[in-house]
Design a protein around this ligand. Structure first.
Ligand SMILES: Cc1ncc(COP(=O)(O)O)c(C=O)c1O
Length: 380
């Protein structure tokens, strides 16, 4: 049985009673949406539903993997020393403060396993895997909802809730809002938390962020801080799975006990150092983001959409008041976009959003132009 989502109160005018479980739980799941809206499986689509760097993977990756394919007959080196050393050098921490993981997703589940059976606070709306990991490891979950149309943090309330939690999950920049909790607020939260509690900050999008610095320097003075990273978004390698955790050495050793042996495959582990060395790819990516992200934000707002001020490579949008008055809803936009070959991310699976918003990834300039044109035709 799906969880019923009452859309009667939905500002976008969606009227159907939707069920969370009727919708795919992540972006990039075109087949399920095409089927839902009665479109053929081969309907051509531009995917704006997954937040991936449109420039990747770096061009040399295919050759690098092909040259090492014969190494699949060996186990990976179990401590992943070379990969952890490369990450440590880049992050300015020691190698025993790094745990290599099978994507950011595994890092989330390890962070929850460490607090099995305890009390979690999740700052919502956010990535659904924190709640899933807490459910698997039987944590009791309380949510702290970001407030207002700009999804801001209520610092006092968040600190009070954090003081009662054994683990706080916070995503920075946050998926799906793109919003950023300030470093001052992070330090205030840490100050309120028990010494045995942890603040888990998912920085999966920090390398695809604008005007945002990673929290790595805080690790030296805040033993309760745990940072989760993903390498799948920046390097466009979601099929390969690569991520890591940064924390104090004792916490890393504790998380490692929950990780299955050889969790990261041999080829992925070998890719870490050369990926981090590819400065040209990083610069190209940063240049693209600096150009396209603000341009898309302005263009979407100019169309009459409410656009949440985002610090990352995606925007949470919904029809603004005037468009709502003309009867346009987010669900309607999603369907129209799909018919026109554009896949947006629905928001039925994000706590508190009830499908009333859509998340749109920023892609390369020509794909973005195509999206803007189609959206313009949908709302005008
Ligand atoms: C906020 C956030 N954290 C972690 C992940 C998982 O990333 P990975 O593909 O590295 O497992 C995602 C994936 O969408 C995400 O949005």
């Amino acid at each position: 049985m799906g969880i019923a989502v009452d859309t009667d109160t939905d500002m976008t005018g969606n009227t159907a009673l939707e069920s969370v479980n009727d919708w795919p739980s992540h972006g990039g799941q075109a087949a399920a949406l095409l089927q839902r809206f009665g479109l053929p499986a081969d309907h051509p689509l531009d995917d704006f539903s997954a937040n991936l760097n449109p420039h990747g993977p770096p061009s040399w990756v295919a050759h690098f993997l092909a040259e090492r394919i014969h190494q699949l007959d060996q186990y990976p080196e179990p401590s992943y020393h070379a990969a952890r050393q490369a990450i440590a050098a880049q992050e300015g921490v020691s190698a025993d403060q790094v745990l290599l993981t099978n994507g950011g997703a595994e890092a989330i589940f390890l962070a929850a396993a460490h607090h099995a059976g305890q009390r979690a606070l999740i700052v919502t709306p956010t990535f659904g895997e924190y709640a899933s990991a807490c459910a698997v490891h039987r944590l009791t979950v309380t949510e702290h909802a970001l407030v207002g149309p700009a999804f801001e943090v209520d610092a006092g309330e968040l600190q009070a809730s954090a003081a009662k939690a054994d683990v706080v999950f916070l995503c920075r920049p946050n998926n799906p809002t793109g919003t950023l909790v300030s470093i001052a607020d992070i330090e205030n939260i840490l100050a309120c938390m028990a010494s045995t509690a942890t603040l888990v900050v998912d920085e999966a999008f920090i390398d695809l962020a604008i005007d945002a610095k990673p929290l790595t320097p805080l690790l030296a003075r805040h033993p309760q801080l745990v940072l989760l990273r993903s390498m799948t978004k920046f390097y466009t390698l979601p099929g390969l799975r690569l991520g890591y955790v940064l924390a104090r050495a004792e916490h890393i050793a504790s998380l490692a006990r929950y990780q299955p042996p050889w969790s990261v495959n041999q080829l992925a582990a070998r890719l870490v150092a050369p990926l981090l060395d590819d400065m040209a790819f990083a610069q190209r990516t940063q240049q693209w983001l600096a150009n396209e992200q603000p341009r898309m934000g302005r263009a979407l707002a100019a169309m009459g959409l409410d656009v949440v001020p985002s610090h990352s490579c995606f925007f949470l949008v919904r029809p603004g008041a005037e468009l709502c008055q003309s009867g346009i809803s987010s669900l309607m936009l999603l369907e129209r976009l799909l018919h026109q070959g554009m896949l947006a991310r629905h928001t039925y699976s994000f706590s508190g959003l009830n499908g009333g918003w859509l998340r749109l990834a920023v892609r390369d300039s020509s794909a973005n132009d195509r999206l803007l044109k189609v959206l313009h035709d949908c709302v005008c």
